[in-house]
Design a protein around this ligand. Sequence first.
Ligand code: PXL
Length: 283
Amino acid sequence: MTTPRVAAIHDMSGFGRCSLTVAIPILSAMGIQCCPLPTAFLSTHTGGFQGFTFLDMTDEMPKVAAHWKSLDLRFQAIYSGFLGSERQIGIVEEFIRTFRTPDALVVVDPVMGDYGKVYQTYTPGMCAGTARLAELADVITPNLTEAALLLGRPYDALPAGEDGYREIVERLSLEGRRSVVLTGAAAEPDLTGAVCFDAATGRTGAVQTKRVPRDFHGTGDVFASVLTGALVDGADLFAAARQAVEFVRICGERTAAEGLPMREGVDFEPLLGLLMARPGQED
Ligand code: PXL
C-alpha cells in the first residue's frame, strides 16, 4: 500500500507549537505524508506573543498549486487551517476545486478565534470568507468561538450543554451535507471533548474525556491533525474524534504536570509514539 498524502494549508509559526509545526509531525507519526502549503511564516503564533513577524505567502500559493498540478500530484485529503489574507480564501477554494477527487477528504478547520475573541490578524472579511470556504468541506472542526462566528450568533448566546452542542453541530451541518466536529465542547463540568455530527450516518453524539483543568495554545491544531490522520487511515468520524480527544488529553496532562506556559502549546513531541499505537483506536 502506498503512503497516503495530505495537502496541509496552514501557517508555519516558528515557535509556539501550532499549525504546520503540529500537523507535519502528527501526520507523519500516523504514517501519512504531509505536503505543506504555507499560508504565512511567523516568528511565533499570534496568541500571547508581542512583536511577532508575519510573512504573507499569498502570492506564492497559486504558484505552488500550479507546480503540484503540473506534477499530477494526488492527495487523499486536503486539510486547511489558519490563513494569512482575505485573498487566500479564493486561492484555497480554487485549490480544493482543482485537487478534489471523489475519494479525497476535505477537512476545513475554520480557524478564526478562541475564548470568544477573534484572532488579531483575522479581519471581518476573512471570517466571512472562512464561512464560505467551509461550505466546500466534508468535515469542519470549529471550536465554540468559531461555531458562533459561522452561525452569526453572539458567543455568549450559544446554546450550552450536550443538548445545546448537538443543536449547534446539526445547524452547522448544512442540512446533513457535511460532518461537524465541535471542539472544546464539555458535556459535563469535569469532562471535555467533542460533539460530532457524522454526515455519513446522520448520527450526532458526544466524545468526551476527563478535563485537564488548564488551557493550552494550539490544542485545536493538535486535535484537527489527529482527526484528519485517523480519517485518512479509514476511521469513521466518531472513532477519529475519540483518537483526537484522547491524544489531546494525554498531551494536556503532560504539559500541565510540567507547568509550561500556555503560549508554548502542548508538549506533544515526546508523545508522538502513541500515535503509532493510537489511543482510543479500540472504540
Ligand atoms: O492555533 C491557531 C493559530 C494558528 N496559527 C497562528 C495563530 C493561531 C492562533 O492564535 O496565531 C499564527
